[in-house]
Design a protein around this ligand. Structure first.
Ligand code: GLU
Length: 285
């Protein structure tokens, strides 16, 4: 086990995904600046250690709703309303990230993606090139789905899978999903006190995938355990290790990369026949 964790120290290209619920104060739904600050500081420190770092962040819709004071997510989930909120919120979110990254003397860039970015060969190629150039420039790409134009057909839908797709696209060696849960359990620990925590998943079985289907996430984001396991499937098949860890303390980022046994580790096993563009094209909820 410790050997497996030791290899975390060698990771050079890392994608970190943070969900809306981890960025907001539970009581008000407003952004948690303290957490955002720690997150950005951790990322900048990874950059300072010479690693390539990508942040996949949610929050566009949630921040947009707050900005125009449409708090109640459930009451108005018309696509056009969500898309308008995303247009408002994404810009605001980036403004905040830019500001904090600048405080640490780090340049951040924005990349917004849809399914088409992966399915279309030219788009995919362009996206890959952009990421590579940004890494060469020492910049931290900040990725979200282009919610403003992504409809159900075009959309990936959740940032768990989006982050796995990004990690695959750029040939990352680690995907770190920061969530409101410690890792994978044999059942939903919030409902079943006998649920057992799983430290490492050497191979994702159908049984595990099924297990994830019954769990749902928080109201702020769109991902429950199901989308996290799907993300693990994409990442692992594409040769990327994945860790799910609790975002309650954002500093787990450097601890995990120092080899500490935190979160559930899903080990990569490259599946030669796995076709990412085809998989994305056929993806559904
Ligand atoms: N892309 C959405 C947003 O930024 C969130 C998707 C998710 O929560 O997984 O609001």
């Amino acid at each position: 086990m410790s050997d497996i964790r030791e290899m975390m120290k060698e990771k050079e290209r890392i994608v970190i995904k943070i969900g809306s619920s981890s960025l907001q104060h539970e009581q008000t739904g407003d952004l948690d600046y303290t957490k955002l600050d720690v997150l950005v500081r951790e990322l900048c420190d990874l950059r300072n250690r010479g690693k390539d770092v990508v942040l996949v962040t949610s929050g566009a819709v949630a921040v947009g709703r707050k900005a125009v004071m449409m708090q109640d997510i459930e009451s108005d989930d018309k696509t056009s309303v969500k898309q308008a909120c995303a247009a408002i919120g994404q810009a605001r979110l980036m403004m905040i990230y830019q500001k904090i990254f600048a405080e640490y003397n780090q340049v951040a860039a924005q990349i917004l993606m849809t399914k088409n970015t992966i399915i279309d060969n030219l788009n995919r190629f362009n996206a890959q090139n952009t990421f590579e150039e940004l890494f060469k420039l020492g910049v931290v790409p900040i990725v979200n789905e282009n919610d403003t134009i992504a409809t159900y057909e075009l959309g990936i839908g959740d940032n768990d899978r989006l982050s796995a797709i990004v990690a695959s696209l750029i040939d990352a060696d680690l995907l770190l999903l920061l969530s409101d849960i410690d890792g994978l359990y044999t059942d939903d620990p919030r409902q079943n006190p006998d649920a057992r925590y799983i430290e490492v998943v050497e191979r994702l079985t159908e049984e595990l995938m099924e297990m994830g289907k019954s769990t749902t996430g928080s109201s702020a984001g769109t991902g429950g355990m199901n989308t996290k396991l799907q993300a693990a499937k994409i990442a692992n098949n594409m040769g990327v290790d994945m860790v799910i860890a609790n975002s309650a303390d954002i500093k787990v980022i450097h601890r995990i990369l120092a080899g500490q046994n935190i979160g559930t580790l899903f080990l990569a096993h490259r599946e030669e026949g796995f076709d990412l563009p085809l998989y994305v094209q056929q993806m559904h909820d």
